[in-house]
Write a protein of this length. Structure first.
Length: 326
């Protein structure tokens, strides 16, 4: 790809891979991927740079770089405050990467970036208010208001997966001191926990037959059993669906979104839970707000994180340029 305009790069850092692309509008071009180096911070930074350099070799030096990471990020400072799966806790990622690339770098939570991408992809115009849930190993969330990411006071807000649904519920399986939050019910870890507990209590069930040597039922095995019509597996998804609906209703009542978007790896099994979740949400949300909201699956697919990171870089660069001219 050859362009007369400097490229904006989007970087999506995940627990298993780093993806980088040039982003124009809501399109990712020249995508490059590499495995995430998890053995040290320096190795991770080197891997991000090397992957980005392959894109830069084709598109030219970027005007800015946006980076999404599965972490709590102090956006104003560019510092990763907390990161469970990748070695970035305490790292000023903005400073580290801007020093390597020599251009402005903007760092945000990966779910925020995905939400920003989805806001560009709905219908014919960007969404004004959008709430996104990413259902995977954990539950991430992002909120877009007036086309901009809502971050709270210090850039770390909108942790939608840690919104409490039942204070006496199961402990959160993630980096959260709470009980009964959405992640405790609607994450891949929660599904595996529920399936494993059910299998242990029902040794003659199909789920029990799917247990591994450690007494665990994998998410994949649970999904396959449910798709095959196993009643026990479907019962596990029933609670998942109901609690997801409770969460969606709460977000609709708080944010009054035009769209609630469901993404993440578990969204591929949406046929097992989404309709039931929408029914539950519709029975709980305020009617005037619910009738104006649309619940939909994510449209960005695997490129959403990269696209959102690029859109972030473009928006923040424009904002900085506008402020400097004022």
């Amino acid at each position: 790809m050859v362009s007369s305009q400097p490229a904006v790069l989007g970087v999506d850092v995940g627990g298993t891979k780093v993806a980088v692309a040039a982003v124009s509008g809501a399109q990712a071009e020249g995508l490059e991927e590499s495995p995430t180096a998890l053995n040290s911070t320096e190795a991770l930074l080197d891997g991000i740079e090397a992957t980005a350099r392959r894109v830069i070799d084709r598109v030219g030096a970027p005007s800015a770089v946006g980076v999404g990471v599965p972490s709590q990020v102090n956006f104003a400072a560019g510092v990763v405050e907390s990161s469970v799966n990748i070695p970035l806790t305490g790292v000023n990622l903005r400073e580290e990467l801007s020093g390597r690339f020599g251009v402005p770098v903007f760092v945000d939570n990966d779910a925020n970036c995905a939400a920003l991408a989805e806001a560009q992809l709905v219908d014919d115009a960007p969404a004004g208010v959008l709430v996104m849930l990413t259902l995977g190993t954990g539950v991430g969330g992002g909120v877009v208001v007036s086309g901009q990411i809502f971050r709270g006071a210090h850039g770390m807000g909108a942790e939608l997966g840690h919104f409490t649904l039942d204070p006496e519920g199961p402990p959160c399986p993630g980096n959260c001191p709470g009980r009964g939050c959405l992640e405790a019910y609607c994450s891949g870890q929660a599904l595996e926990r529920d399936a494993s507990e059910f299998a242990a209590d029902m040794p003659t069930s199909a789920l029990a037959a799917a247990m591994d040597a450690h007494g665990r039922v994998s998410g994949r095995a649970l999904v396959e059993a449910a798709q095959a019509g196993d009643s026990d597996a479907l019962r596990v998804f029933e609670r998942f669906s109901r609690m997801l609906g409770v969460g969606i209703a709460g977000y609709v009542n708080v944010f009054e979104p035009e769209y609630v978007v469901i993404g993440g790896g578990l969204s591929r099994a949406s046929a097992l839970f989404l309709d039931r979740a929408v029914d539950e949400a519709g029975s709980r949300a305020l009617p005037a707000l619910w009738k104006r909201a649309t619940v939909t699956l994510a449209r960005g697919g695997a490129d959403a994180g990269v696209i959102g990171a690029g859109v972030l870089a473009a928006q923040e660069s424009l904002s900085r340029d506008t402020a400097s001219r004022a």
